[in-house]
Design a protein around this ligand. Structure first.
Ligand code: GTP
Ligand code: SPV
Ligand code: MN
Length: 596
């Protein structure tokens, strides 16, 4: 068997023959290399230096206006058997896909530099970490990969030890949306991405590797690769519990991962520790629990809405060493976005003088890239090779009606149904309509690298792999009142819901059973200091059985789309909830108010 370095060298040679770069650069991840790349990008106009006094070492990148978000309709999972990709993915035959995208790659790096970017997803010495190499012709991608992953010489050394790595080939191409594909070949541990320089389309370690390819590997190897934040919550007694939470794109993971407790909680001694904000890899440990690592080393976070009020921890890390993509700037070159407390935009995200007639100043999917270590609430466990033990898994979506603030699954199987039943209003994180409710099981609709029916079966198999599984919950911060405003204050106040969740894990918090799950009564939640009316609490903690009956009928139709491959266990669980809802409606209990 040849060494991985030989395999890598041969692949780089093959790619260079195809793409015809002028130069090849092997990235070592050093600061000197970063500084040279930054100078190059400033010279080419790929980066703009922001105000060095207020924002030292911060840069702005303006992407092509046609290239501002993930492109789900151009993202493919290319497996030999179409059924393995499932109705949840766009599929193309692997041979056809290679031929199609290789034709685009032919000669695409002429006049450019080919960068070889070895990276490690996860703490470099963790048995759970996995390596890859991204070949790209974009210095912006290199700069982001350096922040988002453990990139360079140490990753290369680990690849030789591991004996395998994921191959990711990326070229910016002409940025023509009609000549753009993001293709995954899980059976070959290969990714090919052409025609976009943006985020999840181009930083191949993130969604392409750590979710689509990794979810496939995780199924084969008995673990989970999920679109989840990881947060540690220390109660006043000094016990830290770790929670992993799956919310769809731009639905609050970054914010929950680094929340600052409300004043009363802070004074009582509650503390929050950030382990990750987007991706979670969980493995059963020898003690029967699930142990989680964050495969990433940085945040690629949503800028709009980030303020001193909503997310002070994020704001605190954005005044140095940050890359901003598609934000607006003030007259004195400070980054600016909608929701920011101070300043006014002088130029919008496209560099035009700001004119409200052109829409928001910052693109709704504008983002910041910063190292996780810059976060004031970063957990001391982020680099722990063993990960952290997960006590609770939380699912959640953006639902302006029907779905209560929080509910708990009665057991693992019911929890898998709560995840499978998720739906959420779409956001600007992907191109297409915004605000449309769509089914997004476990926040993995855009990211599961295989058939959802098999994915649910894999989740259902976890009790046979781990004896002390986390409890499962579902939350919704986005309920709106008749006035169109959010009912729940959200952000730091979400700790009140996490307090109930960890209280359930401790056995100290009460709940009542409803057909859709266990809910806290008003007295089970710590609402001290919030000025919510009784009617608002009612709305947040009410199960509308009639509404949920319709919802669960729609969920049944959705699960039915997967045919016989859908596990019987999940269909039975769905039938159980449906019958309980129908019973409640028959008994005339269309509304079950549980706020006691
Ligand atoms: P991705 O990085 O796309 O996977 O998103 P994310 O899940 O990390 O989303 P993020 O935390 O960045 O939140 C996206 C948007 O939701 C921001 O504009 C936030 O201000 C807003 N948001 C986050 N948490 C809350 C909340 O508790 N209540 C309300 N009303 N808005 C929230
Ligand atoms: C998401 O869309 O869920 C993100 C941003 O986290 S991106 O990396 O662009 O996918
Ligand atoms: Mn995400």
């Amino acid at each position: 068997m040849s060494s991985q370095l030989e395999v890598l060298n041969r692949w780089v040679d093959d790619v260079a023959r195809l793409t015809q770069p002028d130069r090849i650069h092997w990235c070592d991840g050093s600061e000197a290399e970063r500084d040279r790349l930054t100078a190059l990008m400033l010279e080419r106009g790929d980066l703009i230096r922001l105000n060095p006094d207020s924002h030292p070492n911060c840069f702005l990148h303006r992407s092509d206006p046609r290239d501002v978000a993930r492109v789900e309709h151009l993202t493919f999972v290319c497996t030999r058997d179409r059924e393995d990709a499932g109705p949840n993915n766009h599929w193309m035959d692997p041979a056809e896909a290679h031929a199609k995208i290789d034709a685009l790659f032919a000669g695409s790096m002429r006049g450019r530099t080919l960068y070889v970017v070895p990276y490690c997803m996860g703490p470099i010495d963790s048995p759970y970490a996995r390596c890859g190499v991204e070949i790209t012709d974009s210095p912006y991608v290199v700069a982001n990969m350096r922040v988002m992953t453990r990139m360079g010489a140490q990753a290369l050394a680990r690849i030789e030890r591991d004996g395998r790595f994921v191959k990711g080939l990326h070229s910016t191409g002409e940025l023509d949306p009609d000549r753009r594909f993001i293709m995954h070949f899980p059976e070959e541990l290969t990714i090919k991405s052409y025609g976009s320089g943006y985020g999840g389309n181009a930083l191949l370690g993130k969604k392409c590797h750590a979710l689509r390819i990794a979810s496939w590997q995780a199924r084969d190897e008995g673990w989970l690769a999920e679109h989840m934040l990881i947060v540690g919550i220390r109660n006043p007694a000094g016990r830290t519990r770790y929670v992993a939470a799956a919310f769809p794109s731009a639905c609050g993971k970054t914010n929950l991962a680094m929340l600052i407790p409300p004043k009363g909680h802070r004074e009582a001694g509650w503390e929050v520790f950030t382990v990750g904000d987007d991706i979670c890899w969980m493995q059963p440990g020898p003690d029967g629990r699930l142990w989680a690592i964050n495969p990433e080393a940085g945040f690629f976070g949503v800028a709009p809405g980030t303020s001193a009020k909503t997310n002070p921890n994020a704001l605190a890390m954005l005044d140095r060493d940050a890359i901003f993509t598609n934000v607006a700037v003030t007259a004195d070159d400070r980054p600016w976005w909608e929701g920011l407390d101070a300043g006014t935009p002088a130029f919008d995200w496209q560099g035009r003088p700001f004119d409200p007639a052109n829409g928001p100043a910052a693109h709704p999917n504008s983002r910041f890239t910063v190292p996780i270590k810059a976060c004031p609430s970063v957990s001391p466990e982020v680099d722990n090779p063993a990960g952290v033990p997960i006590d609770a898994i939380v699912f959640g979506g953006r639902r302006e009606s029907l779905v209560p603030l929080v509910m708990e699954a009665r057991d693992w199987r019911h929890g898998v149904l709560l995840g499978a039943a998720m739906a959420s209003e779409t956001t600007a994180a992907a191109t297409g309509a915004v605000g449309v409710v769509r089914r997004d099981p476990m926040a993995m609709k855009p990211f599961c690298g295989y058939n959802f029916a098999d994915y649910f079966a894999h989740w259902l198999s976890m009790p046979s792999r781990a004896t002390r599984l986390p409890r499962i919950f579902h939350v919704n911060w986005f309920r709106k009142g008749a006035d169109g405003r959010f009912l729940w204050p959200g952000f730091g106040e979400n700790l009140r819901v996490l307090e109930w969740i960890v209280g359930r894990c401790d056995g100290s918090a009460g709940a009542v059973e409803t057909p859709v799950g266990l809910l806290p009564r008003r007295q089970d939640l710590n609402l001290a200091g919030l000025d919510l009316t009784a009617a608002q609490v009612d709305a947040l903690l009410t199960v509308d059985a009639e509404g949920f009956l319709a919802e669960y009928q729609a969920i049944g139709d959705y699960l039915g789309e997967f045919g016989a491959r859908m596990p019987r266990e999940l269909r039975d669980e769905h039938a159980r909830v449906l019958a309980a809802l129908a019973g409640a409606v028959d008994r005339g209990r269309a509304r079950q108010v549980v706020n006691g």
